[in-house]
Design a protein around this ligand. Sequence first.
Ligand SMILES: [Zn+2]
Ligand SMILES: [Zn+2]
Length: 90
Amino acid sequence: MPHHAPLTNHHADGTDCPAEHKHTTSGKPLHPDCPGRAYTQAICSCGDWQMKSPSKGYVNESRRRHLASHPKPHPTGPEVLRSLLHLNAR
Ligand SMILES: [Zn+2]
Ligand SMILES: [Zn+2]
């Protein structure tokens, strides 16, 4: 299972700032209930990593870097097959 670390946006009090809270390009909230997007957070499904920053770009970059640090899932299937073929060849 590959890990994933979805980006989520939050208000200053820690509550979610959902996708329907639209913002202007300069980051001003357009939704009447939205106090403004305070920070972006990403939590990896591995449970060992999370990142929180007012800069969405920074979180996204760190997230990609972290996800890239996870080893690729082991191709156990073909590996087992290869050793079986090896045994047969002997
Ligand atoms: Zn909001
Ligand atoms: Zn992770």
